[in-house]
Design a protein around this ligand. Structure first.
Ligand code: BGC
Length: 232
């Protein structure tokens, strides 16, 4: 039997690096694995963590990566939660190709999640609630240009990252964070007029506020499957 193409998908997060192997239709072929994001999160340390994580995966032909910052043609431009100064200019796609010996594509982490989660009809928005605030927009399943909405001011003092990111959740507690989320979702509804909004990321499970009918919760494991679509 001809061997099927297998894609190694990696999601680099502010607190965990996750990986799984998929077939090209996005079906999971091996166990989902994670390791803590190394501290300091330098490119060298993150590459070492990826190497350790991928020891478990014997066969794959291509690599897809979701990175928590702005990425242009495989090169990192910003990495707000890992340290922009130490990441800017890193050609992550080329480094991983050298490290693991397979072709590699790197996109923003929320964009990768968007590809995994969106249903493919109309204007869909994916937001991820984790260390930072990730956003992706897709029209009829096609990714629209990435916006770093996380760094747009939402109040006089705070950007979205500061207002509803992990640090704010820890500092102010789930009740106050949920109130902030209600405000943020109302803004997104008015600004983007999405047909559907999906909420993913580790903190999505902390939402207790009532959500409109066109809003659904998703999880990181669905999102990482976007890695297969990156090669279609
Ligand atoms: C970054 C985004 C990223 C998000 C989630 C934000 O701080 O600016 O690029 O998608 O965190 O990781």
């Amino acid at each position: 039997m001809a061997s099927k193409e297998r894609i190694l998908c990696i999601d680099i997060g502010g607190s965990r690096v996750k990986a799984m192997v998929l077939d090209k239709e996005g079906k999971q072929l091996e166990e989902y694995r994670k390791l803590d994001t190394p501290q300091p999160s330098t490119p060298e340390n993150v590459l070492k963590t990826i190497k350790a994580l991928t020891q478990h995966f014997k066969i794959y032909h291509k690599i897809s990566v979701g990175f928590p910052g702005y990425v242009k043609k495989g090169v990192v431009i910003t990495a707000p939660n890992l340290g922009t100064a130490q990441w800017t200019g890193t050609n992550l796609a080329a480094s991983l190709k050298t490290l693991l010996g397979k072709p590699c594509r790197v996109v923003n982490d929320a964009d990768l999640q968007g590809l995994g989660i969106a249903g493919g009809k109309g204007l869909e928005m994916i937001i991820t609630l984790g260390t930072g605030f990730g956003t992706a927009l897709l029209e009829d399943g096609k990714l629209l240009p990435h916006l770093e909405l996380a760094h747009h001011p939402v109040t006089k003092l705070y950007t979205y990252d500061m207002y509803i990111g992990e640090k704010a959740l820890i500092k102010y507690g789930a009740k106050r964070w949920n109130k902030r989320m209600v405000k943020v979702i109302a803004i997104l509804k008015t600004v983007f007029n999405y047909d559907r909004l999906y909420i993913s990321g580790g903190n999505a499970k902390k939402l207790t506020c009532k959500l409109d009918d066109n809003i659904a919760l998703a999880n990181n494991q669905d999102g990482i499957k976007g890695g297969a679509r990156l090669w279609r």
